[in-house]
Design a protein around this ligand. Structure first.
Ligand code: BGC
Length: 378
């Protein structure tokens, strides 16, 4: 029989070792931080989640609108900057019209005359962009959040149930968005959804990037490449005409890396309609379910490279043409062309263009879509 006194040393050793191991684990896998982001006007609490990785990259995401509030990324010298536009406070997100960093839906981009017909029924949506409907309301909703961190990195799951009739759309739609910050400096966004009635769905993320750092001037020197031989030209209200037009010989040819500012002021009918780039590109070789390289943007000043891959068939390049002196994070002011968006998506106004890839979701189907924003520096 061991005496009590003889047991003291092994027990003590066990406790010290356990504490030491959990300390080491905590060092290796720091936990996602959570803090309050304030209450909405109608009293709903929102939170801000800070995802980090071992390379010093950090993504702050709020449950309000499933919004990326900041994205801190090293440059070629290891200097960290926040590369997305946004606001410091919830009230500004609630009042804002720019969709900074937001999860956009139920239908990202425009629906002509705010109307579409599905199964013989015509649905009318709110007009919030002239005569058209733009982007839906998901960015102004409070999502349920859950830490689902795992082997791939720290991960935040956001869920939202959009009720049948909300914003005019049919069907109770359950949406899930999972943001994962990987050790490869990727912000991976996995979308999934189910419905109890036929509906239309187009989800995207609306980060406004400035790879030199948010608020640090324009993005006209950013070198952009888009893997698309065609784009969807638009009418005067930015609704696709239905044509898939070759980019060859036009300012829309980004098949080889070209600075955004090189042709943006050209005397081109489509550029004039968009007041710059505000168009959807038809991604080459898009195959449902396949994650393919879609675009890359390189900032020669900081050396930051952003590579975008997606399972989606389309990509909207928006060059911040309507930014008009918005006061954003840390007092920075955002003017025209101070950021660009690369919104992976289905084509605008697909519900009214039966020849475009379908955006209809039916009961029993499981919608899934992935987009990865990967950062590096050279
Ligand atoms: C649209 C722009 C719009 C911006 C903010 C973009 O996705 O293409 O036309 O101004 O979102 O709403």
């Amino acid at each position: 029989m061991l005496r009590r006194r003889e047991l003291v040393i092994p027990i003590l050793f066990f406790f010290v070792a356990t504490i030491f191991i959990s300390f080491l684990q905590a060092e290796a896998n720091p936990k996602m931080q959570k803090q309050s982001f304030g209450k909405t006007e109608d009293g709903q609490p929102t939170d801000l989640y800070i995802l980090t990785n071992k390379n010093g990259m950090e993504a702050a995401i709020t449950s309000y609108g499933g919004t990326v509030v900041s994205l801190k990324v090293p440059d070629r010298n290891g200097k960290i900057d926040d590369v997305v536009l946004g606001y410091d406070k919830l009230e500004d997100y609630a009042a804002g019209k720019a969709y900074f960093g937001a999860t956009v839906g139920r239908y990202a981009n425009r629906i002509a005359h705010a109307k579409f017909t599905l199964d013989g029924v015509t649905y009318t949506l709110p007009k919030n962009d002239g005569d058209n409907h733009l982007h839906g309301v998901f960015n102004k909703r409070v999502w349920d959040a859950k830490d689902v961190s795992g082997r791939d990195g720290q991960a935040l799951e956001l869920t939202y149930v959009s009720k049948d009739g909300e914003d005019g759309y049919p069907g109770n739609l359950s949406v899930k968005v999972v943001y994962t910050l990987t050790e490869q400096n990727e912000l991976k966004i996995d979308y999934s959804a189910t419905t109890d009635k036929d509906t239309v769905l187009n989800l995207t993320n609306h980060c406004y990037f400035n790879l030199s750092g948010q608020g640090n001037g324009d993005i006209l020197q950013t070198q952009l490449m888009i893997r698309a031989d065609r784009f969807t030209p638009v009418d005067a209200t930015l609704i696709p005409t239905g044509e898939l037009r070759s980019v060859k010989g036009t300012p829309f040819d980004f098949t080889t890396s070209t600075v955004i500012g090189a042709r943006i002021e050209q005397d081109d009918e489509q550029l004039k309609l968009g007041k710059g780039y505000d168009h959807n590109w038809v991604l080459n070789n898009a195959t449902p379910g396949s994650l393919l390289a879609a675009a890359q943007a390189y900032d020669p000043h900081s050396g930051r490279l952003l590579e975008v891959s997606t399972t989606e068939p389309g990509l909207q390049l928006y060059t911040g043409n309507f930014l008009d002196g918005i006061r954003g994070k840390g007092g920075k002011v955002y003017n025209r062309r101070n950021a660009f968006c690369l919104e992976t998506q289905h084509f605008p106004d697909s519900p009214n263009h039966p020849q475009f890839p379908s955006t209809v979701l039916k009961p029993g189907q499981h919608f899934q879509s992935t987009t990865v924003y990967k950062f590096s520096a050279k």
